[in-house]
Design a protein around this ligand. Structure first.
Ligand SMILES: Cc1ncc(COP(=O)(O)O)c(C=O)c1O
Length: 412
């Protein structure tokens, strides 16, 4: 196990293994990448003992912090007791988790199907929509990210993630945040459309918060046209935006919701959750080998307890407001930074050049500089120019201060 600090980093050795044995599509950040060997709370540590403030959280996964003892403790006990069966046997954790999710999710969302990755949850949600409505097509949004499997990739609107050269012709895309465009599409194709799928706030697409009234109008349009509303809360869920689920900010409930990432806080678990009525349309046998496995389900139950006991939603709201305000002041002093945007601790800062155009190169330079200042941040947006900040929700005020100081220096 590579955990102890050494005198020289093993980065070159690992880069060479990576270039020999992984597919080239698996890219990494930084010209000079650290080798991460340990995580604790909001911090990651590299193999030469340097400590980094993690402001990406493994892409919105580690909302409750790294190696959180209150989460890994019960999971380790579960590993030592019963690690895996499948859903053909009765086990306790998966059912307790389904019950807990029914209590947490808004409206009539009640029945869960568990799987191991976000992409699979999206596939399941779309399949269920088609089964329930008897209609074959999906409407999705531009600049969305829904996953890597064929249907999820086809629903994805961000060009850089649409790798399939022959996408099936069963998804159309409308601009995110534009309810008129959705209305037009529905007028033309509602009789063929099973569902509209979108992220409540786009994450990988550049931290895009839709205009006021958008979601209420979308909900109404879907109802009028008998099209299901599928909300992908895989990145926004589990208090990232200051509420358990981002749709709560807008006072709407989807017909199907997908969740993953922070639900497991590092354990691979995902689900789609729907109503009693819609669930009744999926009766043919369905199973996911690792879906809701006892270890992952136990971890997810511990995640829910931890978020509840430590008020992570409230903390995300308060820390997010503070960070947003500090970044608003900072970006006002920088010609190449646009004002920050986002909700809770999901915040983006667009980086632009002298002509006001997205500047991906400068964004990469800022990210590298931040890393050298011991802060790990991300990037998003179709032009990869949105500096993306999603620290663990447990981040303390003093660490937010470290982040702001580092951004100040890296963008000077
Ligand atoms: C909103 C959203 N949906 C779906 C996915 C796909 O999840 P996974 O990588 O677990 O398949 C992602 C991944 O980043 C995501 O951000």
């Amino acid at each position: 196990m590579a955990s102890a600090a050494t005198e020289t980093s093993r980065a070159q050795e690992l880069l060479s293994l990576k270039s020999d044995y992984l597919l080239p599509c698996v890219y990494h950040f930084y010209k000079d990448p650290p080798v991460i060997v340990r995580g604790e709370g909001c911090y990651l540590f590299d193999d030469v003992g340097r400590r980094y403030l993690d402001c990406l959280s493994g892409v919105a996964v580690m909302n409750a912090g790294h190696c959180n003892p209150d989460i890994i403790g019960p999971a380790i006990l579960q590993i030592q007791t019963l690690q895996h069966t499948t859903t053909i046997y009765l086990t306790d954790p998966i059912l307790r988790l389904a019950e807990a999710l029914a209590g947490l999710t808004p409206g009539d969302l009640k029945r869960s199907f568990f799987c191991a990755s976000g992409s699979e949850a999206v596939e399941g949600a779309l399949l269920t929509s088609v089964l329930h409505t008897g209609k074959p097509r999906i409407i999705a949004t531009t600049n969305s990210l829904h996953g890597r499997t064929r249907w999820a990739m086809n629903a994805t609107g961000m060009p850089m993630w649409r790798t399939d050269p022959f996408p099936p012709d069963d998804v159309s895309h409308v601009p995110f945040g534009d309810a008129d465009a959705l209305a037009d599409e529905l007028v033309k194709h509602a009789d063929q459309t099973a569902a509209f799928i979108a992220e409540p706030i786009q994450s990988n697409g550049g931290i895009n918060v839709p205009p006021d009234g958008y979601w209420q109008r979308v909900r109404k349009l879907c109802d009028e046209h008998e099209v299901l509303l599928v909300l992908d809360e895989i990145q926004t869920g589990f208090n990232r935006t200051g509420r358990w689920f981002a749709c709560e900010h807008f006072g709407i409930t989807p017909d199907i919701m997908t969740v993953s990432k922070a639900m497991g806080n590092g354990f691979p678990i995902a689900a789609f959750i729907t109503t009693d009525a819609i669930a009744q349309s999926y009766t043919r046998p369905g199973a996911s080998t690792h879906g809701g496995n006892p270890v992952n389900a136990t971890a997810a139950l511990a995640v829910i307890d931890y978020h509840t006991q430590h008020h992570l939603g409230q903390r995300a709201q308060e820390s997010g407001q503070y960070l947003l305000k500090e970044l608003t002041d900072l970006t006002a002093q920088r010609d190449h930074l646009e004002p920050p945007r986002g909700m809770g601790l999901m915040i983006g800062v667009p980086v632009i050049n002298a002509d006001g155009q997205p500047d991906a190169q400068l964004t990469d330079q800022i990210l590298e500089h931040l890393k050298d200042l011991r802060v790990l941040a991300g990037k998003s947006g179709p032009d990869r120019n949105v500096l993306t900040l999603m620290p663990p929700l447990t981040i303390e005020r003093q660490a937010i201060g470290e982040l702001i100081d580092a951004i100040q220096e890296a963008t000077a």
